[in-house]
Design a binder for this molecule. Structure first.
Ligand SMILES: [Zn+2]
Length: 212
């Protein structure tokens, strides 16, 4: 089918990504939300200065992931022998044994995928906030960032650690290192950033012609 015969995209409709219900588009004001009446999925949630907030949160997340990876995560003290370890060291301990795939996958899920998502998000959003033309392949970058969302498991790791620590603390003395607290803040910032991003607004901005 050529462009001439292709129907123009319907910009007056919005489809719920969760239940596929179709609604006629009514843009909510700043601070308001458009919510699917069938499944209550938030469809549009524009906020004033959301772009700058997302950039600030994304930069904080990049710094927190980088530092949380290399600082000691926790120290274990058993029969007088003390040992502290960082997340990256833990992942690399198994990197040349039979558990290499598992350890590298774990490192990817808790560190590299969240980091990649945030970098892609910055790549897409910074030009939009500066009212410039979108960076090349911005739509692809945002699509990849969205596709990776279920694989970004920093919070799952945090919950897993909490459960493991409760079990281990009965046997050895466990002390939290700086990376543990950095990681705790990181998990909260990821959740806040996820909630501030209005996906409809990003897609709408990417499809809108702009001056370069
Ligand atoms: Zn819905």
């Amino acid at each position: 089918m050529t462009d001439a015969t292709k129907p123009a995209p319907r910009t007056d409709l919005i489809i719920c990504p969760n239940c596929d219900a179709v609604f006629s588009l009514a843009r909510p004001g700043h601070g308001e939300k458009a919510v699917c009446s069938r499944c209550e999925t938030v469809l549009i949630t524009p906020r004033r200065n959301a772009g700058l907030q997302i950039i600030a949160l994304s930069l904080s997340i990049v710094i927190l992931i980088s530092t949380a990876a290399v600082f000691p995560f926790l120290s274990v003290d058993a029969i007088g022998i003390k040992n502290s370890v960082s997340i990256l060291e833990t992942a690399l301990v198994f990197s040349d044994g039979p558990l290499a795939v598992l350890s590298l996958t774990t490192a990817a899920l808790i560190l590299f995928i969240p980091l990649l998502r945030v970098m892609l998000c910055l790549y897409v959003i910074v030009p939009l906030v500066r009212d410039r033309a979108p960076a090349p392949y911005s739509a692809d970058a945002f699509r990849v960032a969205e596709a990776l969302r279920p694989w970004s498991m920093a919070e799952v790791f945090a919950i897993g650690c909490a459960v493991a620590l409760i079990k281990v603390s009965a046997l050895v003395h466990v002390t939290f290192g700086p990376a543990f607290w950095l990681f705790s803040v990181l998990v909260m910032l990821v959740v806040v950033q996820e909630n501030i991003i209005c996906r409809w607004s990003v897609w709408n901005a990417l499809s809108r012609p702009r001056r370069s």
